[in-house]
Design a binder for this molecule. Structure first.
Ligand code: NDP
Ligand code: GDR
Length: 325
């Protein structure tokens, strides 16, 4: 067991909850950054679901507010900082491009500044994303693949990504970017497509809805499980040297086929219930994402464990249980 302190931004999100659980299991003291919202209890639902809400310290602060980050660095002196906080829904980033830039892009720069000013020996993880590849389609996207962001979200993440590299090279910070491909779980937000599908299929199964409305079902994604992916975040901060890693499964699937897996798992016919709705199309699309996790396997010893089928089944069962009368 270690006796280290970790600061996690975005602790109330999907990854924050799984990461908090992992770090607690390893003996860390975990402090989570809690941005002010109008309710005090709703945000803890994911941490409660994993049974860890009572074991972490939550401290008021916001990625847009450098002073709050400086104060936390001063008072908590964390050994590791995981920057998971973001406006993370790609579609919303066209409706709120400036907020997305401030939180998802400048927020990371604020966190890096607070580390540089207060505790430059703290290790830093930045939640970079496969969305940064955008239009670049190589057989498999790796750390060497160039970027072509296709949304305000991806552009903000690219700024954060390069700031992380820049602070590593300029100030010798131990700062890493994990270029994570899509990862899901029963704790995924309902607006993201896998969870929208498992929630929708569960509702149809239980007779609560008749149809599921989706946008571009030809898009392809490389989907893994969030529990596997947070392990990679931790591993990146335990190396001799800071570096950037692609984290992916190496398998890509269309939204259509992912959806079919969910309908089949529920014993339902997809074609009788799926409706294509233009409201869910995006101003610009990322058609195909497929990652090459070879470097992570070689240097971190990391490999994904959960298949897409097993993950969709887990998510569907969780949604059926939650929605059952
Ligand atoms: P979520 O959307 O589930 O969580 C985002 C978190 O950021 C929430 O805790 C949210 O708080 C917090 N947050 C929002 N605004 C601020 C702010 N101004 N200051 C501090 N915190 C804020 O995302 P995920 O858990 O899915 O993803 C974690 C990170 O990884 C994100 O940065 C995402 O962009 C990135 N990423 C995710 C991938 C995925 O497939 N899941 C793939 C690649 C990268 P609140 O709950 O109060 O809104
Ligand atoms: P993504 O995830 O944009 O890849 O970003 P999302 O699940 O929202 O979309 C995946 C693909 O599905 C298509 N799609 C739909 N998407 C949603 N949300 N709703 C629909 O009805 C629908 N129909 C089709 C989308 O067009 C897209 O092609 C996620 C986020 O977690 C980011 O923060 C993260 O950086 C990336 O994954 C990697």
């Amino acid at each position: 067991m270690v006796s280290k302190t970790a600061l996690v931004t975005g602790i109330t999100g999907q990854d924050g909850a799984y990461l908090a659980q992992l770090l607690l299991d390893k003996g860390y003291r975990v402090t989570g950054l809690l941005p002010r919202r109008s309710t005090s209890d709703v945000n803890l639902a994911r941490l409660e679901w994993l049974g860890v809400a009572g074991d972490i310290e939550l401290i008021d602060g916001d990625l847009q507010d450098l002073s709050s980050l400086i104060r936390i660095m001063q008072t908590r002196q964390p050994d590791e900082v995981y920057n998971l906080g973001a406006q993370s829904f790609v579609k919303t980033s066209w409706d709120q491009p400036l907020l997305t830039g401030q939180v998802t892009g400048m927020g990371a720069a604020n966190m890096l500044e607070a580390i540089r000013l207060i505790k430059p020996d703290a290790r830093f993880y930045q939640a970079s994303t496969s969305e940064m590849y955008g239009l670049i389609q190589e057989p498999k996207q790796s750390e060497a693949t160039p970027f072509y962001p296709r949304s305000p979200y991806a552009a903000a993440k690219l700024y954060a990504h390069w700031m992380t590299i820049n602070y590593r090279e300029s100030f010798d910070l131990y700062a890493c970017s994990g270029i994570l491909f899509n990862h899901e779980s029963p704790l995924r937000g309902l607006e993201f497509v896998t969870r929208k599908v498992t929630d929708g299929v569960a509702r149809i199964k239980l007779g609560l809805e008749q149809e599921l409305r989706l946008g571009n079902i030809d898009a392809k994604r490389d989907w893994g499980h969030a529990r596997d992916y947070v392990k990679a975040m931790w591993l990146m901060l335990q190396q001799e040297q800071a570096d950037d890693f692609v984290i992916a499964t190496g398998r890509t699937t269309t939204v259509r086929d992912m959806c079919r897996i969910a309908f089949n798992a529920a014993g339902l016919d997809m074609d009788s219930h799926l409706v294509i709705d233009p409201a869910f199309f995006r101003p610009a699309e990322v058609d195909v994402l497929l990652g090459n996790p070879a470097k992570a396997k070689e240097k971190l010893g990391w490999e994904p464990e959960v298949t897409l089928e097993a993950m969709i089944e887990e998510m569907l069962q969780a949604d059926l249980k939650r929605l059952q009368p």
